[in-house]
Design a binder for this molecule. Structure first.
Ligand code: NAD
Length: 423
């Protein structure tokens, strides 16, 4: 096995490669396919200079990685975070390939990122950064080969600026260049909530499978109150569950009587973060994950479920809203826990890319669907994918994560074998 060069040397990249290697061995994957799939097809590194409000120019690194496009155009979010690097983006691009294949979308996997903390930036700074990053990657992306979407640190507004920059440079409106944009410029109804809603759809199926009743006595803990965590919170509340723990980067909050979604939203709108949220006990982000609960949803970032956390986890269902939240060591511990049902990231958070796919299709057709239709189609796809993964796990006697990965990798491998190697 070749050693990783320094730029790829990232814990998440090593983790997804190790998982891929195990899944490939279980599948008896052809060695040509193995070597092609364990690294991305292409990667672009750019320098992004942008003017701060004080007149100074700051330069930050940006990335876009396309892992594999055998099933269709590459699809994947753009992340703004100070820890972003090439290895992390490549890992997330690889997970996108398996995710799209697993849920049956005609799309490949990509990811992008800019190494910056967006929180202290003003709106004008964020806009200049986004427009320049878009200009730097403009020939790499396109509605027929690589379509970005939001991820950590980016949102609907950032997608709107990407769409506008791309359209201005091409000379006409091209809404299908990004998904997760506001509805008023060609976004899809239901996209903002899709990932969080999708997490809950899979939890409903898992609860039925293990005979867990979902009602006011069902305690839910969610790490992260961003796009994914907040939408999941709202949906859990809607189906009657009690969210007792929540967190963001400022820390965690616990109230065994329940934390109301509307109250938290109102607080975050006023204060930007949950810091000092009243009417709850403050806990660390690590302690939050081991609170007594039936359902745990890590929906913040990678590597938060460590081996230490895994040993103390008390939930019955662990639904990975974030990408790669569980470390390799933790995963081994969770696998040996007979009381825990794991819904792995590539399955649990696939709702985002599913509705992104709907958005792209609607933009291409210039014909828009209503929200009921979108949620119905999302639910159908998530449910089918969930049961396929359960079926394969039982048939092959592997865990849910391995089953999901094997299912996604197998679809990609079949397509590669059928298309053959060029030239
Ligand atoms: P976001 O930026 O909207 O929210 C992230 C939340 O996590 C924020 O509340 C932030 O304060 C918190 N956070 C960040 N670092 C943290 C840390 N170290 N400890 C505790 N909390 C921390 O991001 P998002 O879009 O909700 O994405 C969250 C996760 O879900 C990421 O792993 C992302 O890749 C994954 N995901 C997102 C989507 C999507 O549609 N947005 C789709 C699939 C997967």
């Amino acid at each position: 096995m070749k050693k990783l060069s320094a730029e790829w040397d990232n814990p998440l990249f090593k983790q997804v490669q190790a998982q891929f290697e195990e899944a490939a061995a279980n599948l008896g994957l052809d060695s040509n396919l193995f070597y092609r799939l364990r690294v991305p097809d292409r990667a672009l590194i750019v320098s992004v200079p942008f003017r701060r409000d004080n007149g100074q120019v700051q330069v930050v690194p940006g990335y876009r990685v396309q892992h594999n496009d055998i099933l269709g155009p590459c699809k994947g979010g753009i992340r703004y975070n100070p820890n972003v690097n090439l290895g992390e983006v490549a890992a997330l691009a690889m997970l996108m390939t398996w995710k799209c294949a697993l849920v049956g979308l005609p799309l490949g996997g990509a990811k992008g990122g800019v190494q910056i903390d967006p929180t202290p930036l003003s709106r004008t700074e964020l806009q200049r950064l986004t427009r320049r990053y878009t200009a730097e990657i403009i020939n790499f992306i396109g509605p027929d080969h690589d379509i970005p979407a939001p991820d950590m640190g980016t949102n609907e507004q950032v997608m709107a600026w990407i769409m506008d920059t791309y359209s201005q440079m091409k000379g006409y409106s091209i809404p299908e260049i990004v998904t997760g944009k506001p509805v008023v410029i060609g976004g899809s109804l239901g996209r903002k909530e899709a990932t969080g809603n999708g997490v809950v759809f899979t939890v409903i199926e898992a609860a039925e499978k293990i005979g867990l009743k979902l009602d006011h006595n069902t305690r839910v803990v969610i790490q992260g109150f961003g796009n994914v965590g907040s939408a999941a919170h709202k949906k859990f509340e809607k189906i009657g569950c009690r969210v007792v723990g929540i967190s963001d980067v400022s820390g965690g909050f616990y109230n065994p009587n329940g934390l109301r979604f509307e109250d938290l939203m109102e607080y975050v709108e006023k204060n930007r973060t949950l810091q000092n949220y009243p009417e709850a006990e403050a806990v660390s982000n690590e302690a939050l994950l081991t609170l007594p609960c039936e359902i745990l949803v890590p929906a913040a970032t990678e590597g938060t479920v460590t081996d230490k956390v895994a040993r103390e986890i008390k939930c019955r269902i662990l639904a990975e809203g974030a990408n790669g939240p569980t470390t390799l060591e933790a995963d081994k511990i969770l696998k040996d826990n007979p009381d825990l049902f794991l819904i792995p990231d590539v399955l649990a958070n696939a709702g985002g890319v599913i509705v992104s796919y709907f958005e792209w299709v609607q933009d291409l057709q210039n014909f828009f669907w209503n929200e009921t239709e979108i949620n119905q189609r999302l639910g159908d796809i998530m449910k089918k994918a969930f049961h396929n993964v359960v079926h394969m796990a039982e048939q092959k006697k592997v865990g849910m994560r391995m089953s999901a990965l094997m299912s996604g990798i197998n679809s990609v491998a079949q397509a590669m074998l059928t298309r053959g190697l060029y030239p």
